[in-house]
Ligand binder design. Structure first.
Ligand SMILES: *Cc1c(COP(=O)(O)O)cnc(C)c1O
Length: 428
């Protein structure tokens, strides 16, 4: 279907994407340095420096440069599994057969590493306050599965979860936290930066994140032993011997010194990127204030997000009818009302890119058999109800009514106005 409420909208000359890399020049200098000194490998000054700079910025003690945020989360899952259940036998995962509580409304890279280690993700419903893991549902989950000892919590779109509450609950139940701060680098909760709340934490330098290396990630921890383990595992777990000697399972997960050059050049611009993202968020908030919508929320003054993506959610009574299958969406246009599908089409029609809210994990076919716990308990029996429009779980409701807006740092105020106009048009 094509957007058809207004065909006369001004179109952008240059396409505005959801979020792309913003380069500054220094990145090239460090890439060149790696090249000129022949450190075109997974060892070198760029890696060491990028790790040091991230420790300073985030306020953690150890950072280990890896090939991706997903690799960092995998190493975190393995570390936690060994802490809890001991060294697995060859051919077995460190979390084999063990349930792990996970943020439900997130990117699948938050939870897949649990499965790499043989674990069973149990999805915890979302709260409206932050669009992150609901601490009330987490408490409920510990009532249902008191044996669980690991919790993976993500900070969606750069907004910190209620990390103190989640930490308090986990401490009380003797559970380890893995914090997925891939989207929230530079955000803080009660003055502490995200990436510090878990025993093991992950950040990402993927091409669309707040700062980038084109790819790459880091594991952050206070544990020297854990950092050393990950340095070893990520370079094929080689023992100190004259030949390739192996006592443990290895991975080729270490960060490239070329990629690290890009990251090294980007780190000084983190604050600048955040302030641009914040300005984009504020402009949407102001521009959309007369519509029956609101922006993605954060938890008042406790939270300082990095505003990575600006999102909006439509009031329940301003939704036109929209039906989504596994791969398609249709809607019925209606005067004065709209839906994410229509707004995404309107955004495309002016040559920009939005995106649906990350579809919750409990709604993904791959995870259809995994438990899903909301604040009332086991919600699995009822979760198809969102299709009828009668949302009974928070994640499905936000997915149904919300969307991500073009949030590229290089978008000008004038270009953003074109996007805002297109959204306003949807509610006419
Ligand atoms: C991007 C992302 C990851 C994975 O990071 P990569 O570097 O792309 O592997 C993990 N979790 C969340 C929430 C992300 O957005």
């Amino acid at each position: 279907m094509a957007f058809n409420k207004n065909n006369d909208l001004k179109k952008l000359d240059k396409k505005i994407f959801l979020a792309t890399a913003t380069m500054h020049g220094e990145e090239m200098k460090y890439i060149q340095e790696a090249y000129d000194t022949n450190w075109m490998t997974t060892v070198g000054k760029n890696i060491d420096t990028a790790e040091e700079l991230i420790c300073k910025k985030v306020g953690c003690t150890y950072a280990v440069g890896l090939s991706s945020g997903t690799a960092a989360l995998h190493m975190a899952a393995k570390l936690a599994g060994i802490d809890l259940y001991g060294q697995p036998q060859v051919g077995h995962g460190a979390l084999e057969g063990k349930r792990v509580f996970c943020t439900d409304m997130t990117f699948d890279a938050t939870v897949n590493p649990i499965v790499y280690e043989g674990g069973i993700p149990v999805f915890i419903d979302t709260e409206y306050d932050t669009w992150n893991m609901d601490p009330v549902a987490l408490e409920k989950a510990f009532e249902i599965y008191p044996e669980v000892k690991l919790v993976v919590v993500a900070n969606l779109y750069g907004t910190p979860s209620k990390l103190d509450k989640i930490k308090e609950i986990c401490d009380r139940h003797g559970a380890i936290i893995i914090e997925d701060a891939a989207e929230s680098l530079g955000a803080s909760y009660k003055g502490i930066q995200t990436g510090n709340f878990g025993k093991y934490n992950a950040i990402s330098f993927n091409g669309n994140k707040i700062i980038t290396g084109s790819s790459g990630g880091m594991l952050l921890t206070e544990s020297k032993e854990a950092a050393e383990k990950v340095r070893k595992w990520s370079t094929q777990a080689r023992e100190a011997a004259p030949w390739y000697q192996h006592e443990e399972l290895g991975y080729n997960y270490r960060m490239s010194n070329v990629i690290a050059g890009v990251i090294r050049g980007q780190i000084p611009y983190l604050e600048e990127h955040i302030s641009k993202k914040k300005a984009i968020y504020e402009r949407y908030k102001e521009g959309l204030k007369d519509l029956p919508v609101s922006m993605n929320p954060f938890n008042g003054s406790d939270c300082e997000p990095n505003y990575w993506l600006s999102c909006m959610i439509i009031d329940k009574d301003a939704m036109c009818r929209q039906v989504r299958s596994d791969n398609e969406a249709v809607y019925i246009p209606q005067e004065g009302k709209s839906c994410p599908t229509e707004i995404l089409e309107a955004i495309v029609s002016v040559n920009a890119e939005g995106r649906p809210i990350w579809k919750p994990m409990h709604m993904q076919p791959i995870y259809r058999l995994n438990p899903f716990i909301n604040k009332d308990g086991n919600a699995r029996a009822k979760t198809n109800a969102y299709i009828e429009g009668g949302c009974i779980d928070v994640g499905a409701d936000i997915f149904n009514r919300g969307l991500c807006l073009p949030s590229d740092n290089k978008m000008t105020a004038e270009e953003q106005d074109v996007v805002i106009k297109a959204i306003i048009e949807c509610f006419k």
